[in-house]
Structure formats: C-alpha cells, structure tokens
Design a protein around this ligand. Sequence first.
Ligand code: G3P
Ligand code: MG
Length: 264
Amino acid sequence: MSAVRRPLIIAHRGASGSAPENTIAAFHKAVLAGANMIELDVRLTKDFHIVVHHDRNVRRTTSGKGNIWNLTLQQLRALDAGSWADPRFHRERIPTLREVMEFLLPTNVNLNIEVKTDGDPRKHTHFEECLILIIMEKKFEERALVSSFDHKFLKRIRELFPQIATGALYHPVRDVRKKPSTLCTGIGASAFICSRTQLRRRMIHDAHTHRLTVACYGVNVPQHFDKVLTLGVDAVVTDWPEKMIGRLTDSRYFSRSQHSIHHL
Ligand code: G3P
Ligand code: MG
C-alpha cells in the first residue's frame, strides 16, 4: 500500500464495538481512543426532546419497549440502555443530544449528528429548528456535521442555517446509480457518506471532482480499512476507533497531512 492521506476517524455510535452504542460510555471510549469525530443517531421524543438512539423502537438496546415518538423524555430516561450489551453497563441511560455536547465541550472531538426521521408519523414537528437551536446554544456550529438519509431534512437545515455543514447518506435503493455530486449539490451538502460495500472508485472520483468529502461506514477490520483508504476516502466511520487508530500509528502507510472537519 503506497502512502495515502491520513483519514479522519469517526467513532460509529461511539466506540460501539466495546461499549453499548450511543451511550456516554461509548462516547467516553471514543474520546480516549483519540477519535476525531463521534457519529451518533438522533430522534425526537413524544415531548420534542432530541435523544440519542438508533432504532425507532427501544426494544433492542434498552430495558423498555415502544417507539421513541410515543415515549416522553422522562419515560426514556428511566430505561437501562447498557445491560443489553453487558451487565457492567447497567447505569447507562439514553442521553440527550445536549448532554453529549456538554460531555464533548472540553474535548476537541467533533460530532456527526445523524438525524433519523424514519417511522415517525407526526408532521410539522419542527425537528430542524429544535436541532439548530441546540447546536447554537452549545456553540457547535463549527464542530457539527448534520447527516441523514432524509435529504429533504438536510436541505431545510441548510436553508434555515447555512453555516451548518451537512452530509448526504447514500440509500442503496432510492439512490442507486446516482452520483455523489447529484445527491449533494442540490441540497448544499458538503459530504457524501456510504457504506463500505456501496463504495466505488468512480464515486470517490466524482465526489472529489466536486470538492465533496467522502466518508465510509461499516469499516471494522484492518483489511477493509486498508482497502477503503487505498480507494481514497477522507473519513472512516468505525465501531472500533481504538483498533483503527492503532493501525494509523503504523506511519509507513500515511503521509503527514490529515483531513479536517472544515472540509466536511
Ligand atoms: O454513519 C452512517 C451510519 O451510521 C448509517 O447507518 O444504521 O448505522 O445509522 P446506521
Ligand atoms: Mg448512524
């Protein structure tokens, strides 16, 4: 493998390989590992709080059941969000986005906020406005990338608040055969994000030709890490930031320069 530019390391749902996803424990491990950025998923509760949770339903990763949009923040806060992964994480709770930002304030770790709107039957929730207000309140304008499969959401974010960088997630059915530039430019997104199995050299070429940053998720073993770096991705989204950063320290592979959040 010839020298390639050192990529940004983004911890997927925190260091979710070694701690329960989307919890403070996972974010703490990601910070300790030296990740450049943390990716987390956000949803809107019944009472319009933004919480950090991947699935629509809390069943898989908590002690409770039900869809996020039918539960209040108080109800969600009562749930154990760690034991499903390991009993020693039984104190973990579903965090709010605000809490995660407060946790990251003293660090230099940036945030990739993936907005999940799927399943929520409500209309006119003002999710975009709620998100922008929290980003402004915590002064994360320069530290946050808002990403989503919901490209209309990303477009509205940029219309309401053009200072915020956005990243378009590639949907394997809806977006099939569409170029990154086609998906990103119309909505003002500066990053294109796809999975390792979806990534093609031609996508990277198109994205870079249009000055878009390319991030790739689902990269959890060294062989896949080397492969996507050889293809030329700018950022790697991984459940194992500690392992991937360990691999980065093998400086034979990397040139000195590193991609920056400001490209996202
Ligand atoms: O970073 C993108 C990735 O998180 C998208 O998939 O299901 O893990 O949220 P998912
Ligand atoms: Mg995600």
